[in-house]
Design a binder for this molecule. Structure first.
Ligand code: PNS
Length: 352
């Protein structure tokens, strides 16, 4: 094996110690082609470095400094020998230790940042451990840094990178995820019908997030008087002045809907301790389905703490006035639609 390009081009590398799987010349060449061939300075981290061929190739092509991490004593000796052969002893640091066990923690704790991180773990490493290591790497990148992972069959496309297969090797290159400035929250409910309390929570959520998607869902434990599309159109009417609120009918699971909408946050209103138990359960279940999902609770204004859709349905069905309890623009429609429709569910304590 030789250095392919750059100032140390042609330098022959030391023999590969037993148990080390070197990156083939073909894969190294393709990989550096994808990275842009040459570099203008920058720091490299070569994890599971083997003979150090990747990090040394990067030094040869213009990177300033490289840190090599290896557990095997014989591989560490080979890296030192290769740095000497390429005349890069001053530019390389060799750390002997376990990547996942201690080294990453120390690098993170020391505030180290790299422009290029190579990770070429043994293919026998479990998929779970590989993903655990890869997940920690963006924290060690400079803002424009890149990670290159060599893996056997494991595909890592969900890290936002490009994967290419070269024979039995998959190479994935990905960048540090750019922080997204747009924070979208979903505000779900059955809204049968939407109340002044709902509108208060939606408005307060709209002040906290860039965009709020009101999700008109089907609560499988209740049947609604109006179709989801009709309930959605009432909410559209009353949220129009807010400007950053949209209303959608939600089919299926909340977590799937949130993913489709690019939302990681669900906002729920809490009126009293009695709401908490079922909300807590839903929040926990949703997080098991979508671990990055967060539930944010907004406490109802005291003047709405007694308000529920079921109470509105009952009052309207018995001909009482719901003035002040629902947004005024839709009060007449609600009085008309729910009049005489005592569906037996009224005031049974459903959250609605
Ligand atoms: O206003 P509601 O009746 O309390 O709203 C309940 C709703 C629609 C938000 C809830 O039933 C829901 O999220 N349904 C979507 C289906 C789902 O994801 N179920 C699992 C939640 S634990």
């Amino acid at each position: 094996m030789r250095i392919i390009a750059g100032v140390a081009r042609g330098v022959r590398l030391a023999a590969v110690p037993d148990g080390v799987r070197p990156t083939s010349d073909r894969v190294r060449e393709a990989l550096f082609n994808s990275l842009g061939q040459f570099f203008d300075g920058g720091e490299v981290l070569d994890l599971y470095a083997g003979t150090g061929a990747l990090g040394i190739e990067a030094l040869s092509r213009g990177c300033e400094r490289a840190t090599f991490v290896e557990t095997s004593g014989r591989a560490v000796a080979a890296i030192r020998e290769n740095l000497r052969r390429a005349n890069f002893e001053e530019r390389g640091e060799v750390v002997r230790g376990d990547v996942a066990g201690e080294v990453l923690g120390k690098l993170e704790g020391g505030g180290r940042r790299f422009d290029l991180i190579f990770a070429d773990p043994p293919y026998k490493i479990s998929g779970l451990k590989l993903r655990d290591v890869v997940r920690r790497l963006p924290a060690l990148l400079t803002p424009s840094g890149r990670v290159v992972v060599e893996s056997g069959d494991a595909l890592l496309e969900d890290f936002g990178g490009n994967s290419r297969r070269y024979g039995g090797t998959v190479v994935t290159i990905f960048e540090k995820p750019k922080p997204t400035t747009m924070k979208v929250a979903v505000c779900p409910g059955s809204f049968d019908p939407v109340t002044s309390g709902h509108l208060d929570v939606i408005g307060r959520a709209a002040a906290l997030f860039d965009h709020v998607v009101v999700a008109v869902g089907k609560n499988v434990r209740k049947s609604a008087r109006l179709s989801a599309a009709e309930r959605a159109s009432l909410i559209e009417k009353v949220t129009a002045p807010l400007g950053n609120v949209s209303v959608e009918v939600m089919e299926g699971l909340l977590v799937n809907f949130a993913r489709e909408q690019g939302a990681r946050v669900v906002v729920k209103g809490l009126r009293a301790g009695s709401d908490f138990e079922s909300e807590f359960q839903q929040a926990q279940l949703n997080r098991t389905l979508y671990p990055e999902f967060e539930t944010v609770f907004i406490m109802a204004a005291s003047e709405h703490s007694f308000l529920s859709s079921s109470a509105i349905r009952e009052i309207a069905s018995l001909g009482g006035s719901v003035r002040g309890l629902v947004p005024e623009e839709i009060r007449e429609i609600i009085q008309r639609v729910y009049l005489d429709v005592d569906d037996g569910r009224a005031a049974k304590g459903d959250k609605g």
